[in-house]
Design a protein around this ligand. Structure first.
Ligand code: ADP
Ligand code: MG
Length: 288
């Protein structure tokens, strides 16, 4: 082997390692939550397709997502990550001319059934967007908005606000400012507030579409820590264009390309030993 070949292979090795340190520690430290072999999926899609008019958003997606875990969806821009994510709580229905085919179940119920109550569905399957989008209201009112609609008693609201803010790792920073405008918070705090607001309706699943892409590295680190913490109690599905992030926070990773699911497996497998050459090319940065 020549010196340059050694360099190249050691660099490739190192770049693979760059993807995994925290994640691998978590896999070994927390192997039980990673082994879902006897778990019942909370989200299951079977040949699920979604169209914008005649244009394909995603096609024939068959995958199972397990409770109390983090599932990352990665892939090049326009490959259908957001479409699939937003299909899970039918956010895409808001766009005229769209339609879905196949099956997508949450908790065993096909969310595209005509009888589905969309308000209930979205309370069970919360969503956090790329750009933090708190309401132009106080911190307190942001969190109590959903619970009030659900009919939660007034006497329970203060305790609920504290719990959600604690769970979103925000309480200590803002406990004296609950009645100040949410818009005065920093971007990272706003995103944690949006997560707290999603938690307030007691969802089972939280969908996150590139939740850190508008945040600086410190705020991003906080959200990633929070995702790991929340995954003990919630099912998180996160779209990210940041592969290091997928490797750090997720248990399972799905690689999408041109509307199709190319490969879906345990995260360490996807990043260190993917089955598909397309996945390998993407995770090693050769395209995308
Ligand atoms: N509102 C829309 N109307 C028409 N086409 C759309 C709309 N949203 C997404 N698409 C198309 O669906 C495909 C998948 O997009 P998207 O799910 O946003 O990809 P990603 O999140 O991976 O970047 C793309 O071809 C995109 O142009
Ligand atoms: Mg997207």
């Amino acid at each position: 082997m020549t010196a340059s070949a050694v360099d190249e292979s050691s660099m490739k090795e190192r770049s693979k390692q760059d993807f995994k340190p925290r994640r691998i520690e978590r896999i070994t430290a927390n192997a039980k939550s990673f082994d879902h072999s006897d778990a019942v999926p909370i989200i299951e899609s079977h040949n699920f397709s979604f169209y914008y008019g005649t244009k394909i958003g995603v096609k024939n997606i068959t995958m199972a997502i397990y409770p109390r875990s983090v599932t990352a969806i990665i892939g090049p821009s326009g490959c259908g990550k957001s479409t699939y994510l937003r299909s899970i709580n039918r956010m895409n229905d808001l766009i005229p001319g769209t339609h879905a085919n196949g099956e997508l179940k949450v908790g065993g119920i096909n969310v595209y059934d005509k009888q589905i109550n969309l308000v209930n569905l979205r309370q069970q399957v919360g969503m956090v967007f790329q750009k933090p989008n708190p309401f132009a209201k106080s911190i307190y009112d942001n969190i109590t908005y959903g619970p009030k609609l659900q009919g939660t008693a007034r006497s329970e609201l203060a305790a609920l606000v504290e719990k959600c803010l604690r769970d979103a790792a925000l309480w200590d920073e803002i406990k004296d400012d609950l009645h100040k405008s949410a818009l005065a918070l920093s971007g990272g705090q706003q995103q944690r507030l949006c997560i707290a607001r999603a938690l307030a309706t007691k969802p089972k699943v939280i969908l996150m579409d590139e939740p850190c892409s508008a945040l600086d590295p410190v705020a991003t680190g906080r959200i990633e820590d929070l995702i790991l913490q929340l995954s003990k109690n919630y099912t998180i599905v996160i779209v990210t264009h940041n592969m290091q992030q997928a490797a750090r926070v997720s248990d399972r990773t799905a690689f999408f390309c041109m509307g199709k699911l190319i490969e879906y497996d345990n995260t360490d497998k996807i990043f260190t030993n993917p089955a598909s050459p397309q996945t390998e090319a993407y995770v090693t940065g050769r395209f995308g």
